[in-house]
Ligand binder design. Sequence first.
Ligand SMILES: *Cc1c(COP(=O)(O)O)cnc(C)c1O
Length: 436
Amino acid sequence: MICISTRGVAPAVRFRQAVVAGLAPDGGLYVPATLERRPEHWWHALRGASFRDVAVAMAESLLGDEFAGTDLATLVADALNFPLPIVRLADGLQAMELFHGPTFAFKDIGARTLARLLALSDGGAAGSGGTRAEGLTILVATSGDTGSAVAQAFWGVAGTRVVVLYPEGQVSAVQEAQFTTLGGNVTAVAVSGTFDDCQRLAKQAFADETLRQRVRLTSANSISLGRLIPQMFYYAYAALQLPPGAGVAVSVPSGNFGNLVAGVMAWRLGAPIDRFVAATNVNDTVPRYLDTGVYESRPSIATVANAMDVGAPSNFERLQWLFGGDRTAMRGLITGNVHGDDEVRGAIAELHRRYGYVADPHTAIAYLGTQASRHPNTPAPQHLFLATAHPAKFRDVVEPAIGETVPLPGALAEAIARPRMVTRIGPALGQLANLL
Ligand SMILES: *Cc1c(COP(=O)(O)O)cnc(C)c1O
């Protein structure tokens, strides 16, 4: 798959290079140079197929020129080894649960796939029995959630090693348990300092030439195209599960807008989706753009759906590129909806009362987006909203809204019970370099 930069200056590269590079050298984001519509019979053959089959077919169609089919099939089976159930709440109303991976949020899908793509793309030691020294070291600074998703994603991936820097005593017990109890190729490093110290250390390490000659350092960049490709798979799968010809609208709880971009890319390939709802919290930069035509990023505002507290969505540039900067075309496909915290708590209560469904705050925003666009006379009778986090991750918001306790999933409870393995350092590059 040939990839180009959204800014159009950097030279075109192969997908493998785009994955290893992360950001394009002109500061833009990599996008597929073409997203040709797959023929009707191609889609028809996948109707009702399993998630695995749809994912492998799409992976081969997009990346088959760069990766062997068997590699892609193994990669999909390995990375996406958890269910993605579609839960029917009422006629024409369903939730797709994307949070059954190891960290109980949908980012597992992108991060786990990226980990394996990086290991393959790098031509590193993956699958060839090479030593770890030849492989990649993924260095990540975290205030909590990123560390667990990245550590879990790379855990056990041959040819990679993850070093997670976190501020000692400043992450939640559940978060800490998710990256300090893994062992193997994951090293958790407690820094006696703040999150800013951790981030500074990581930056210094990336900039240190002598260190980089000795250790092959990389970051698991959140804007990597390698995270968006697997997210296209579930849009296609879901649309192919719903009754043909009915018209499908998908509501996407959006922060950095990677998820929505993946949906639009699947639509461009011809996945049978008719429209999208970009549902946000009060960090409404993109809905405002859709309304007014003015793109104005703002400092982020804290909300109960904190994974969506993004004032300057990094994937907006990809969205613009997909529509050639044509807002009218974008509005023809995407509706923006903005929801405040009280409304979100109300939606959690409503989902529970009406359907017996327990939703986390991000999922509740997706549901609100669906409700706002479910007019009786609009042409999409099948509504799907994306459930992006397990409600147990946000018990402090969910439990008061539904008046019940939310049990911790077994895997989270087990992680909390396991012994922590932590290396401690001070906030100094020398100490980090020794460890690397
Ligand atoms: C990251 C995240 C989102 C937002 O996804 P984007 O791709 O950044 O728009 C929504 N819900 C949850 C739970 C998340 O972690």
